[in-house]
Design a binder for this molecule. Sequence first.
Ligand SMILES: Cc1ncc(COP(=O)(O)O)c(C=O)c1O
Length: 467
Amino acid sequence: MNELLRKDAAEMANLLEQVKLQGVHYLEQVSQRSTNAQQAVALQHDLPAEGVGAEAALREFNQRFEPVMAATSGPRYWGFVTGGSTPASIAGDWLTSVYDQNSFAVKGLGDISANIELETIQLLLNLLELPGDFLGGFVTGATVSNFTCLAVARQWVGKQSGEDIAKDGLSGPVHILSATPHSSAIKSLSLLGIGSNQLIAVKTEEGNRESMLVADLENKIAALHGQPFILISSGGTVNTVDFDDFAAIAVLKNKYNFWWHIDAAFGGFAACSDAHKHLLKGWEGADSITVDCHKWLNVPYESAVFLVKNQHRLLQVETFQNSNAPYLGDPLENFSYMNFLPENSRRLKALPAWFSLKAYGKQGYKDIVENCIGLAQQFGQYIAQSPHFELLAPVRLNTVCFTLKQPDGADRATEFLHQLNSTGKVFMTPTVYKGKKGIRAALVNWRTTADDLHIVQTLMEQVIAKL
Ligand SMILES: Cc1ncc(COP(=O)(O)O)c(C=O)c1O
């Protein structure tokens, strides 16, 4: 055995103790830590012939890279849609590395840790008040979840005319209808060979809305003259968290032949709030749903689930099976995740989510979700009443989309955001909404409190006064 490996193995307890103390220290001061990277990184490309051992590697990490770590899991990182990690999910994540399972099988000899994944999916369906007739699995993020769901949808479209797209490739266009899809769904169309240009844009509802106009959806369906298509609907658009009318779409599903996909990456967690679950009414009728766990479930990156109706199992296997590996057995008889999703080898991604769901239960997630919604509404009221800022859209859930007041407010939004983010005390992201430059603040972190809101509002006043 290599001498450094032997020594590290003997010193394992010591090493993990150091990492534990460092981790605890980081988490205890994450609220004070900068939301901006503090320095640039000089990269070194030469790998020395002799290693330095884990303790020295830790020292080098601390010296060169640790200062670069921004407080992305802290309470005032409101950029993109960035969750934090709950204590239990961190414990689960650490154990995922310790046990290091290659998680795909549920029975047989060897690693059967995918059972934990099957159980976690059921817990999640329970939390989201969805029926148990979905097969779900963990992937790296909502992008890959959208990709996975749309890959099965593509196979479904082919089967409507007796084609097997997974085997033979595309022989014609696949029709896609959507109003305000997330960019990752469009990216998935490119990856799947469908092509992003195949998107047929459905009009949005009148007023300040991003949700699809159901009457126009029906017009667009009529124009397809009975050809099958895929509908990509939104369970929370990323800019203004608008929801398509799932109850109305469910009615159309009985009338027309289409695959219904919902991207509910973060909006799906509206199911945890009594006052907001109506936004998802009817979503159980979808063929496939995307839900991101590293957003509002507050587990570490990389974690999202795809949910595909059980009745589509065969299509899913046709899409993802390892068809030239007969030693893996019959994928329908011998369930293995590797025949149902893009990756073959994969870590036990479900474990952090399992820990967090068990640790905090339905009430814990209701508290997290309702806290974020309440704070977003308060922040929205501050914006609405401010002489300096204006809302670009009503606050529908957990995201505030705003800009600086006119006449030249939108033009100054970029500079304002730059200066605000440079304080290192808060982080928001730029956006363009209905042609106007704006700013998005998305609240999905369990740590965020009214004190954080106060800190941010005070900072905003200071920055705008100096602009
Ligand atoms: C609605 C929606 N779908 C998909 C994604 C992509 O998620 P991920 O970055 O986890 O792949 C996001 C990210 O913000 C999102 O908001």
